[in-house]
Design a protein around this ligand. Structure first.
Ligand SMILES: Nc1ncnc2c1ncn2[C@@H]1O[C@H](COP(=O)(O)OP(=O)(O)O)[C@@H](O)[C@H]1O
Ligand SMILES: [Mg+2]
Length: 243
């Protein structure tokens, strides 16, 4: 199997409410894939299944054995809220998985990577929302994952911070060769960041369409090609009555 992570024919219901119907996707090494859909369509549900946080579903989750035997734990997760421990310093939050034996040199490197050098001793309450999310990204990278799963990670920050964090994410994913599965309801974000955009919608939700984004990086947010692809996605969202 060349994919790092594969979801096969996923069906998921909460009690008698069907949320996901026959959803399959795969993530290859080095890919950035977005899962785009409106609020409530089951994006978080699907990401939690991919992260192994929910085992109550029908279908298959296949992880490449390289993930388990490679560096660290293989999969990092970033949620919509930073979920930092308020009583721990920024550095302790980043190295949280290893507690008191955290690799401090690696923690400091990650803090530099996310633009928080010198802030390791600060407490989370002294950070802005964007800075807190940078800490959450550093914490997700601490285990040297090959796959990063992100659930609307930038939706709680202002538009300017969001653009900076998006650029940071693609830069770090490329530097550390991490495949990314990003859940978002933001069309601009999905097309700017991704190699492929998967559109989820309907009741219950199915994958409606997959759009490839064959544009080189660094990309220009203002490019006509991106605008065209966003238009295609909007057409799809209208046609499938998602909008
Ligand atoms: N633990 C739960 N119990 C019951 N229903 C849930 C639970 N989690 C999510 N749902 C329902 O499943 C649907 C999909 O939710 P979610 O995956 O959070 O959507 P999204 O992330 O796309 O906004 C929603 O209708 C939501 O109300
Ligand atoms: Mg969600």
């Amino acid at each position: 199997m060349s994919a790092l992570l594969k979801l096969q024919n996923i069906h998921k219901a909460f009690a008698d409410v069907r949320v996901l119907e026959d959803v399959s996707l795969s993530l290859a090494a080095g890919e950035v894939v977005s899962l785009l859909g409106p609020s409530g369509c089951g994006k978080s549900t699907l990401l939690r299944i991919a992260a192994g946080l929910d085992q109550d579903y029908l279908g298959g989750l296949e992880l490449n054995p390289l993930l388990n035997f490679g560096r660290g734990c293989g999969i990092g997760v970033v949620f919509q809220e930073p979920r930092l421990m308020p009583w721990l310093s920024v550095a302790q939050n980043v190295g949280f998985a290893d507690g008191w034996v955290a690799d401090d040199a690696w923690v400091q490197q990650l803090l530099r990577d996310v633009g928080l050098q010198g802030r390791g001793d600060a407490l989370p309450k002294h950070l802005s929302g964007g800075q807190a999310q940078r800490v959450a990204i550093a914490r997700a990278l601490y285990g040297k994952p090959q796959v990063l799963l992100l659930d609307e990670p930038f939706s709680a920050v202002d538009a300017f911070t969001r653009m900076k964090l998006q650029d940071l994410l693609v830069e770090l994913a490329a530097r550390y060769e991490i495949a990314v599965l990003l859940v978002t309801h933001d069309l601009d974000e999905a097309f700017y960041l991704s190699d492929r955009v998967l559109i989820l919608g309907g009741t219950p939700s199915r994958l409606q369409r997959e759009l490839a984004v064959p544009l080189v990086r660094p990309r220009d947010r203002r490019s006509a090609e991106l605008a065209y692809l966003r238009g295609e996605a909007l057409t799809e969202l209208y046609q499938s009555h998602v909008l």
